[in-house]
Design a protein around this ligand. Structure first.
Ligand code: HEC
Length: 128
């Protein structure tokens, strides 16, 4: 039997300790952080250190200094960024890049409105 209540699914997420899994606002849809990353970010970003593509690699991005991937040619907007990425800053950035680093060159990328999708991607990035 399949019981799909909000509480049960959340309880399962906590007890199984699954990394990179979040739930959509309706509580019933499981969002896989790896899949969400692949769909929204992987065209331009690798998670492997040293592997810069259209965008810089994102290895260990949480806690990393902004604009600091070795060998990547950042825009002047990022060269002037003086902070390290934490989860809140990263969440705001993938919601609306210009609100965090005005004039950046992460284009064409429209931002992700759905908080649950952003949460799944962040959990995935943290788990790596
Ligand atoms: C269309 C290509 C593209 C897509 C899609 C994209 N990015 Fe980017 N991203 C870039 C580029 C280009 C930069 C560098 C911007 C600059 O130099 O101004 C960047 C920069 C970044 C940075 C700053 C890295 C640093 O070293 O400070 C982060 C974090 C980031 N992207 C995360 C993401 C995430 C997470 C996603 C998916 C939700 C994503 N990006 C989707 C192209 C992209």
């Amino acid at each position: 039997m399949m019981v799909r209540t909000h509480g049960l699914l959340l309880a399962l997420a906590v007890t199984c300790g699954c990394a990179g899994v979040a739930f959509a606002a309706d509580g019933g849809t499981k969002i896989d952080g790896q899949v969400a990353f692949n769909n929204n970010c992987r065209t331009c970003h690798s998670m492997d250190a040293g592997d810069n593509r259209l965008g810089p690699n994102l290895a260990g991005i949480i806690g990393r200094k902004a604009g600091a991937a070795e060998g990547y040619g950042y825009s002047s907007a990022f060269q002037g960024a003086d902070f390290s990425w934490d989860a809140d800053r990263l969440d705001a950035f993938i919601a609306d890049p210009n609100s965090v680093v005005p004039g950046n060159n992460m284009k064409p990328y429209a931002g992700i409105v759905d908080k649950a999708v952003r949460a799944a991607i962040l959990a995935h990035l943290k788990a790596l």
